[in-house]
Write a protein that binds this ligand. Sequence first.
Ligand code: SF4
Length: 151
Amino acid sequence: MHRMYLKDDLVVFWDSEKCYHSRRCVGSSTKIFDPLRRPWIDLSQGDMPEIWQAVSCCPSGALTCAYTHGIDVRFEEDSHRAAGYDGDKQIGVCLYREGEDSWSIVSTRVDPAYGGKGIAKRLVYAVTEAAEKRKQNVIPICSYAVKVLEK
Ligand code: SF4
């Protein structure tokens, strides 16, 4: 399972396949991380230092984070994509193809002027999260999606 959580200008990524339930994040903040709650991560329950502390103490790499840099990432099902926008300008896209019970991520691109800001990862997560919520398997085909989703 892959999920993104947003608070102000911070995005936290959680990859359940990397999580080995050390519970260090829970020990860091029982308000933000509650394994009995759904969703179990609620960034509104903590402040930025607490969130940073929790992410940085995760030993597995299951929790990571990035700043939004003011870029809005939207899942656009009708277009079979997630897209990133700087205002009205589209600056990145992650495209998928629908199969019978799977979505294949075929291309992820970000304008090089916006590189290194975690936007491509957000795009891949947006598609993956949408697929998982629809009970679709995700097949990463483009090399970037393979890298982001590798176990
Ligand atoms: S600290 Fe990381 S590995 Fe441990 S439970 Fe939290 S997310 Fe999972």
